[in-house]
Design a protein around this ligand. Structure first.
Ligand SMILES: [Mg+2]
Length: 414
């Protein structure tokens, strides 16, 4: 047996001879073991190997040094490998060449593609854009097959910002979601996620739930829609809507708690992030009367929202304290990041409305979630599928990892 060398392996020079051994066929246990045992008899060194199994078919590629002993030994290796693959009903190709894999070009990104369904035409269109920019797809990995098909492409050769712009346009044309995140350690170091509440963490607009109890739902909904489209100053519109609640019995808060509907995937997202050691916060232009409840329900670390003033058990039609508006949301993201001791570059913000834009732009990754067009166009990344846990795929976390963790810890699926 060889003693491991204390010398670090030197980069291989481009003119050194190497052999690429490719094996393809029906997968069964023992193929990897068998191929490497066969190669091992010739004393070759493994430079790289990759293996993928797609619907029961294996493709195994090994890049190795040629055997010592010149052309005779190499001929024997070829004959032995071909015999071994024939015995196992596999096909083999052995290609002589020189050097290692080409180093990956500068400008590296992780591109997550989500489709429901993901069509061949979309994949072709997106890869054409990557090629046009001089990029190369180095690897592809499936992240999820349910409830959407999600794949991650490792792309090199083009700056992430350029790639993001080009793919965002193509994604809109193809009706798929594409997120481009720069590769590197920082991607793995995201540690704080801050979410908007109304129409992001929950499916409702909280003020509309209160308004239904006050009998002014239509008036409030009209102002909310205009504010979210960015047509109205948020603080003004908030005051106008809250004024409509004046005189309402504050006892409705408990009823509203039962009416709030979490977005599908919300619990899975939060539970998985917490298992990974992330801190999770919410920031809302809605009300602490509801966010306090969500903090308790979901075990959140941070929350900021407006507070409806209550006097003698009734809403006064005013809010108290500092208003959480568009600038306020970004400010709270910064404060939460300071408290969590996490640089802003390592934060993720998620929101759907115009008042989320500053926060989305301030965060390391800003995700527009089923957002209004003005937000979708201005954000880094847009998700248009109605499942909040798809945010995990942008962080490179697979559906399988999420489900395995749930099985291990006995957490029910949603
Ligand atoms: Mg919202």
């Amino acid at each position: 047996m060889n003693t491991p060398s204390a010398q670090p392996t030197q980069p291989r020079s481009d003119d050194e001879r190497t052999l690429l051994v490719k094996v393809f066929g029906k997968d069964r246990p023992g193929i990897t073991t068998g191929l490497f045992a066969t190669l091992g008899d010739f004393g070759v060194e493994v430079i790289d190997f990759e293996q993928v199994v797609t619907r029961g078919r294996i493709t195994l590629c090994a890049l190795v040094t040629p055997p010592a002993g010149g052309p005779g030994a190499e001929g024997a290796l070829r004959a032995t490998v071909h015999q071994w693959t024939e015995d196992h009903k596999l096909q083999a190709e052995i290609i002589s060449g020189t050097g290692d894999n080409r180093p990956r070009a500068e400008g590296r990104s992780h591109v997550t593609v989500l489709g429901n369904p993901l069509t061949a035409t979309s994949v072709s269109a997106l890869s054409a854009r990557i090629t046009e920019l001089g990029g190369n797809i180095d690897r592809v990995f499936r992240l999820a097959k349910y409830p959407v098909t999600a794949v991650e492409l490792a792309v090199s050769g083009v700056a992430p910002e350029r790639l993001r712009g080009a793919l965002a346009m193509e994604a809109a044309a193809q009706r798929v979601d594409v997120a481009v995140v720069a590769a590197g350690l920082e991607r793995r170091a995201k540690r704080l996620v801050v979410m908007d509440v109304d129409s992001t963490l929950i499916q409702d607009e909280v003020i509309e739930l209160f308004a239904a109890h006050a009998g002014c739902e239509a008036e409030v909904a009209e102002v909310t829609a205009a504010a979210m489209r960015g047509e109205l100053d948020f603080a003004e519109s908030l005051r106008a809507r809250v004024a409509l609640l004046a005189g309402l019995d504050a006892g409705v808060v408990e009823k509203v708690h039962t009416e709030v509907r979490l977005t599908p995937g919300a619990r899975t997202l939060i539970r998985t992030l917490q298992r990974l050691g992330y801190q999770v916060g919410i920031v809302s232009g809605g009300f602490t009367q509801v966010t306090d409840h969500l903090v308790e329900l979901l075990g959140l670390d941070y929350a900021a929202a407006n507070t409806l003033e209550v006097v003698d058990g009734r809403f006064t039609g005013k809010v108290t304290g500092e208003i959480v508006d568009r600038a306020g949301k970004a400010r709270w993201l910064t404060r939460f990041a300071e408290q969590a001791k996490v640089p802003l570059a390592q934060t993720v913000a998620i929101g759907d409305g115009a008042n989320d834009l500053d926060m989305l732009n301030a965060a390391g990754i800003g995700v527009a979630f089923n957002a209004k067009p003005v937000v979708r166009e201005a954000a880094d990344t847009a998700l248009n599928v109605p499942f909040l846990d798809t945010v995990l795929y942008l962080l490179g976390i697979t559906r399988e990892e999420v489900e395995t963790a749930d099985e291990l810890h006995g957490t029910p699926a949603e």
